[in-house]
Design a protein around this ligand. Structure first.
Ligand SMILES: [Zn+2]
Ligand SMILES: [Zn+2]
Length: 195
């Protein structure tokens, strides 16, 4: 049994939160962690009680949706609301923070920003994080699988590939299919095996 790392676990938490996003433009999740404990989480969405972009469409000004509060802000504000210290904490975000969130993260005393996906990566945000002595660490979000039927699916695909071996099929082609199937279930798709 594979035990997932802390980074994978916290990023998976953010990925899960992103699924709660109410804005159709981008789904982002953020998890604030202190001493390996999750202290807050957020996703991008409207203010409490407000209408949702997914229902009413986005409210776009200058190419930005102004209706939503970003995931990082929501997580930090959750700490403000309930009086939880963020000094020295880390944040796990699915996407590299925007400039506004970057400034809020710095002011809240966050020490490390773990992010999964590059997202515009504003040069000024990078400059500010660096100045503030905050590390920006990109972590993979491809390893963790929530699929409870994964084992069954893997067995089924293996069976299908085995069946192909009885057929008159090109060896090279078969080997390629076998490798692609394997890559699907080992999370090594990023290495370019899938074409
Ligand atoms: Zn929106
Ligand atoms: Zn933001």
């Amino acid at each position: 049994m594979n035990r997932i790392s802390w980074d994978e676990y916290f990023m998976a938490q953010s990925e899960l939160l992103a699924l709660r996003s109410t804005c159709t433009r981008l789904a982002v999740g953020a998890t604030i962690v202190r001493d390996k404990r999750i202290i807050a989480g957020g996703y991008n969405g409207s203010i409490t009680g407000g209408v949702h972009c997914i229902d009413e469409g986005c409210y776009v000004i200058d190419n930005h949706c102004v209706r939503t509060i970003h995931a990082e802000m929501n997580a930090l504000l959750q700490c403000a609301k309930f009086g939880v210290a963020t000094e020295g904490a880390d944040i796990y975000v699915t996407h590299f923070p925007c400039l506004q969130c970057c400034k809020a993260i710095i002011q809240a005393g966050i020490k490390t920003v773990y992010y999964a996906n590059d997202y515009k990566n504003h040069p000024y945000a990078i400059e500010l994080f660096t100045q503030a002595g905050i590390s920006m660490v990109q972590v993979s979000n491809k390893e963790v699988v929530f699929d409870k039927q994964q084992a069954e699916k893997q067995l089924f695909v293996e069976k299908l590939v085995d069946k192909l071996k009885d057929k008159d099929i090109d060896d090279l082609e078969l080997k390629e299919l076998e490798e692609q199937a394997k890559a699907l279930f080992t999370g090594k798709i990023s290495e370019g095996v899938l074409k």
